[in-house]
Design a protein around this ligand. Structure first.
Ligand SMILES: C[S@@+](CC[C@H](N)C(=O)[O-])C[C@H]1O[C@@H](n2cnc3c(N)ncnc32)[C@H](O)[C@@H]1O
Length: 404
């Protein structure tokens, strides 16, 4: 097959698509163009595809006619051929949020048949979209320097800065040294109003499978919703400093908890949503599969006698126990990127909650699950989107379902 990689030509860029690129057409074929914006005229260079490919991938390498949303990148390694970490460094903050809103609208239309106007809300703490990421996993190049991978490549770009990393992550100094034998450097800083002086943690993961805590504690203590939360440096905790509080507030607003309510917090992590709701309801069951997250959840929630932490896969737990337990009044779910899927949606719907609050980090998986919930009699009542991952194509949504 004859590769088209390296070929250049001019295109007019069309709509944004899910994944951090826009779609252009050339000689009947779709081209997924990174580093471009809708309406722009750009010269693209093909990065993937051959004469027989149904679609091509490309970078915009020259802007002939720029969008009003275009700005200078704030990162020296973002851009064509550069780091794969950020998608929208070349876009104004308002422009990024409009792109993300279009992506959610398009996914809801295509996968759930819904016409919705979506607004992506700014969160406090990073008005310029920089210095917000409190958890980073850097990889290591052949010279043992920490960096990030080139877009759609295994090649590592060694870094001396990463402008979306939180200052406490950068202060750990991981770019100022080398990491012989290491595969990844995990850096995490605690979040929340009372923990500003806490130490940052650095965990080194070696190619031989060993791990070494190079700096700070293995377990961080974060502050949100008026409580402290232990989370491991290599475990899950919300990344943006404003995320935990923003999501807790959005869930409480959506769930409207009542003192007699039974709540299920599915995919519970270290218990953030379970703990935040516990004081307002009768009982909470928090279901989480990761053993160390469950241990942290047990510790985080041990003073809350009405919370039970269950170490199990959500689908298995629902299948095994859902029918026998008292039906929940409120179900909160925060699944990983692939979403909940048909079996979990069916079992949640069958348990007949008053309200389902779905925290989603992938709009395509969410839109698919919106359609699944609708088929089971739960319609999408509200969807709030938060810009918790500036400069990247990622978005966090809080969707609210009630029985039709
Ligand atoms: C996006 S995180 C949410 C954590 C928590 N809600 C928070 O905000 O801190 C998803 C969590 O789901 C857990 N998880 C992934 N698949 C699971 C499954 N099938 N059953 C239960 N938990 C799962 C992961 O270990 C992770 O802690």
């Amino acid at each position: 097959m004859s590769s088209l990689v390296g070929q250049q030509f001019e295109v007019v860029v069309g709509a944004v698509a899910h994944g951090g690129f826009c779609v252009a057409r050339h000689e009947g074929r779709a081209i997924f163009v990174r580093h471009s914006l809708p309406g722009e005229k750009v010269v693209v260079e093909i990065t993937e595809g051959d004469v027989d490919s149904r679609y091509l991938r490309a970078d915009a390498v020259k802007v002939v006619q720029a969008s009003p949303d275009r700005v200078d990148s704030r990162c020296s390694v973002a851009g064509p051929g550069g780091c794969g970490g950020c998608d929208w460094q070349h876009v104004s903050m308002d422009g990024q949020r409009r792109l993300k809103a279009s992506v959610i609208e398009e996914q809801l239309k295509r996968l759930a048949g819904l016409d919705r106007r979506i607004e992506v809300l700014e969160v406090p703490g990073s008005p310029d979209g920089l210095h917000w990421r409190t958890r980073m996993k850097f990889t290591v190049d052949a010279d043992a320097r920490a960096g990030l991978r080139r877009s759609r490549s295994h090649e590592v770009i060694a870094l001396d800065d990463c402008p979306i990393s939180h200052p406490k992550v950068l202060e750990a100094g991981i770019f100022e040294t080398t990491w012989p034998g290491a595969e990844a450097i995990v850096v995490a800083a605690p979040t929340g109003p009372t923990v500003e002086t806490n130490e940052t943690s650095v965990l080194v993961e070696y190619t031989n499978g060993q791990k070494f805590q190079a700096l700070g504690p293995a377990t961080l203590v974060n502050d949100a919703a008026g409580r402290l939360w232990r989370s491991r440096v290599d475990g899950f905790w919300q990344v943006h400093p404003a995320a935990a509080q923003t999501l807790v507030d959005a869930i409480a607003k959506a769930a409207q908890p009542r003192p007699s309510d039974v709540v299920w917090d599915l995919y519970a992590g270290v218990g953030l949503f379970a703990g935040a709701l516990a004081g307002h309801v009768s009982d909470v069951v928090a279901v989480e599969t990761d053993a160390s997250a469950c241990r942290d959840a047990e510790r985080n929630l041990k003073d809350l006698k009405n919370v039970q932490v269950v170490a199990a896969r959500v689908d298995r737990w629902l299948k095994a126990n859902g029918g026998e337990l008292n039906g929940p009044d409120v179900v909160v779910l925060d699944p990983p990127r692939k979403g909940a899927g048909a079996s979990v949606v069916d079992l949640i719907s069958a348990s007949k909650p008053r309200v389902v609050v779905y925290v989603a980090c992938d709009p395509a998986a969410l839109a698919r699950d919106v359609a699944l919930f609708a088929a089971k009699g739960y319609s999408l009542q509200d969807l709030t989107a938060f810009d918790l991952f500036p400069m990247t194509h990622h978005i966090e949504c809080v969707a609210v379902f009630r029985p039709v």
